[in-house]
Design a protein around this ligand. Sequence first.
Ligand SMILES: NC(=O)C1=CN([C@@H]2O[C@H](COP(=O)(O)OP(=O)(O)OC[C@H]3O[C@@H](n4cnc5c(N)ncnc54)[C@H](OP(=O)(O)O)[C@@H]3O)[C@@H](O)[C@H]2O)C=CC1
Ligand SMILES: O=C1OC[C@@H](O)[C@H](O)[C@H]1O
Length: 390
Amino acid sequence: MATTIRWGIISTGKIAECFAKDMVVDPKTFVLLDSGSGLRTDQCDTFSRDVHDVVHKVAAVGSRSLESAQSFIERALEGDKDVKGYGTYAEVYADSNVDAIYIGTPHTYHYENALCGIKAKKHILCEKPVTSNAAELRSLIAAAKENNVFFMEALWTRFQPLALELKKISESGVLGNPIVVNADLSGDFDIRNIPTTHRILDPKLGGGAILDLGPYPLIWAIITLFEHPSNNSTKPSVTGSILKTPITGVDANTSFTLNFSQANLSAQAVLSCSINANPIGAGGNGVTIRYEKGIIRVGEPIFCPKSFEVTYLEKDQQGRNRVVKEEKIFFEYRGGGWYFQADEVARCVRDGKIESNVWTHAKSLLQMEIFDEVRRQGGYVLPPGVEKVV
Ligand SMILES: NC(=O)C1=CN([C@@H]2O[C@H](COP(=O)(O)OP(=O)(O)OC[C@H]3O[C@@H](n4cnc5c(N)ncnc54)[C@H](OP(=O)(O)O)[C@@H]3O)[C@@H](O)[C@H]2O)C=CC1
Ligand SMILES: O=C1OC[C@@H](O)[C@H](O)[C@H]1O
């Protein structure tokens, strides 16, 4: 019999709406198609979501305003009368019809929202970045353990079928070891014209590039370098550089380099993010991973790419690399793709786990430690009181 997870949604902002809409995409009728030239029809079925073991149901929506909760239910959940709308988040935590809480508030509220949910014995899926810093995350992990509830950061990209397939190729050895990862996520948020209270500009909301966009270039380095068997889960060294905007002092342009050289890997990730620049790979590739014997190029947008290309290289007699094969792999699916991570939550809850084996507490912690270090080196200090644990 399928396990049903009854979700309580915290906040009625943009991403909460995307997540809620995805929860009503029928997982059984969903088919993932491979399209275009380079079709790998032999493997299409492998990528079908075709989920029969878990079912998602939104049971409650909480907002700071009841009207907002009700209008959210109308627009995102087709006015479903079975969904309770609440004018406070506390009522969602207290609702006995809610199994798991999805948190879609601005970064600097994640800690307190997640802690309230955990204390109410709810399982938690919390948007990225999971907290403002590593200390807050350590405190939440301890609280989740103490209350025996599942807790995971909503690092949705890690669960997408493209990421799973790329990881398989990356670790198969067919391309040799990875050498360099280049990844950027940038967006032009029109920072001169948006209000300084916008979450991307307001330091009280953890504004800037590193906390909002940084998780995405980083996830490709984590998948291909940190998780690579030759790395033995060894943490990288971190070098970061930040250019702040004079508008509010948050980081506008941030780059960070990770060296993986302590285990059996010798590889570097060169990562960056900006809130005032167009995507570097607009119309092209947002991530490039160079291996000893090939290259993988991942399409934009790097948080939800729909294709990647693999170039296989071989040395000729003069020792020059030549292309021997090129392959392009496409992914298509209905909905936004946020349900892949929700399926993971449901299965972990069903199996009595408090942590995912895929996006573990340790990987979220590694991410927050890297961001802390980049902010430290770049001199980006959040205003007093914003970080609830330091
Ligand atoms: N996984 C993904 O693809 C994405 C993830 N995100 C993440 O989701 C989070 C929210 O982003 P996004 O949806 O774009 O943000 P929005 O500003 O659109 O929504 C945030 C919501 O949080 C609630 N909220 C609570 N306190 C505050 C406050 N002080 N100021 C503003 N809003 C508040 C509000 O809901 P209410 O009024 O109902 O209480 C608001 O609508 C971020 O942490 C971001 O990193 C964002 C975009 C994509
Ligand atoms: O998670 C996200 O993905 C898309 C970006 O535009 C957004 O700002 C970010 O929060």
